[in-house]
Ligand binder design. Structure first.
Ligand SMILES: [Zn+2]
Ligand SMILES: [Zn+2]
Length: 356
């Protein structure tokens, strides 16, 4: 049986074998439709409606292949003028069907038992929902605490929070906690930018009371080794977690070049949590790197990186990656109640990050 992962990869390769332009689109769309389909299609199941008509004959032919060799041969036979080949920027991602299977089979970590909804955005930066709408959605998903983490103003590409924005958000967080804090305690975080030299775009004097999630968004095309940049970021006072550590994006870029062994060892020493970002096109850390980080003794936070209330469920993807990596529940912060998070922060001298 051809898996969705293999079928989607075959379609992406065929798309890329076509000259750039319109000719690629139906195959690309078909690839994504298969990649995002929640059930394995196998040989028999009805094809997803999102597959464009023009691509149907190719999809039907490919899914009848028996085994990877036959599929590979079919791809070479159907390829256009450019070479059909694997791309490292697509490797190590789970398809929607693989995520469902991992969650159905994995009893060690259950999405329904996540108590912390971590790293999501609101309209104050580049999200689509208000703080209250996002908080209500976290509550509906069973969270008892949640960390809003909008972007800081230093990040050039989005409308981040400046001092005034942070103050206004703090007031909104306090107002929520005053009314609904018993059901869901909101914590104010901030997704701060790791600058080229590894320092943060937020002065130390303004870090108090914030759960800082440090992230790289610039210099991603730089093929030089960036180990030093991340090591210094881990040493920055107040950093609770390193967000989407590898900074890869599906089919676009394979992420930073760093010595992961050194990063993970230092994260374990400094106690900074590593994020498993469940945004479907990020999946970062991937299962392989997360397993390596666990070996080094790191702790983890599962994040949706939601930019819309609907995206909060992306913590499912992060949970599936954690299951695939064989992570143990005590090493994942989100399975704690608020008290557990408080002791974790306390041990690291960061309890002030819980704010008022
Ligand atoms: Zn980010
Ligand atoms: Zn984010």
């Amino acid at each position: 049986m051809v898996t969705n992962a293999a079928l989607a990869e075959a379609l992406f390769q065929l798309a890329e074998s076509q000259p750039p332009g319109e000719g690629r689109l139906p195959l690309l769309r078909a690839g994504y439709a298969v990649f995002d389909h929640p059930r394995e299609l196998g040989g028999g199941r009805r094809l997803p409606e999102a597959i464009p008509l023009e691509a149907l004959p190719t999809v039907s032919m490919l899914r009848q292949c028996h085994g990877p060799d036959a599929l590979g041969a079919a791809v070479q036979r159907l390829a256009g003028p450019h070479r059909a080949r694997q791309s490292s920027s697509r490797q190590g991602f789970l398809t929607a069907a693989e995520i469902d299977t991992a969650l159905a089979e994995g009893s060690a970590l259950r999405v329904g038992e996540l108590r912390g909804a971590v790293h999501w955005h609101t309209r104050a930066s580049d999200g689509a929902g208000t703080l209250d709408a996002m908080a209500r959605a976290c509550l509906r998903r069973g969270a008892s605490w949640a960390v809003v983490a909008d972007h800081s103003r230093g990040l050039g590409c989005v409308n981040g929070l400046d001092d005034e924005g942070l103050r206004l958000q703090r007031a909104a967080v306090d107002a929520w906690n005053h009314r609904h804090g018993d059901e869901l305690r909101l914590l104010q975080g901030l997704e701060v930018e790791v600058l080229e030299d590894g320092s943060l775009d937020l002065p130390r004097s303004r870090r108090q009371g914030l759960i800082l999630v440090a992230a790289v968004h610039t210099g991603l095309a730089d093929r030089r080794d960036q180990t030093g940049r991340l090591l210094r970021a881990l040493d920055e006072p107040g950093v609770c977690a390193l967000a989407h550590p590898r900074c890869r994006l599906f089919a676009r870029r394979s992420g930073l070049r760093v010595n992961w062994e050194l990063i993970f060892r230092h994260a374990a020493e400094t106690g900074v949590a590593l994020e498993i970002n469940g945004f479907p096109r990020r999946q970062d850390l991937d299962a392989g790197l997360a397993a390596m980080a666990a070996q080094a003794g790191c702790c983890f936070v599962l994040a949706s990186d939601a930019h819309h209330p609907r995206h909060l469920e992306f913590d499912r993807n992060a949970t599936a990656l954690a299951l695939r990596a064989g992570l143990r529940r005590p090493s994942i912060l989100n399975f704690n109640l608020l008290d557990g998070l408080r002791s974790w922060l306390d041990e690291r001298g960061l309890v002030a990050a819980l704010g008022g």
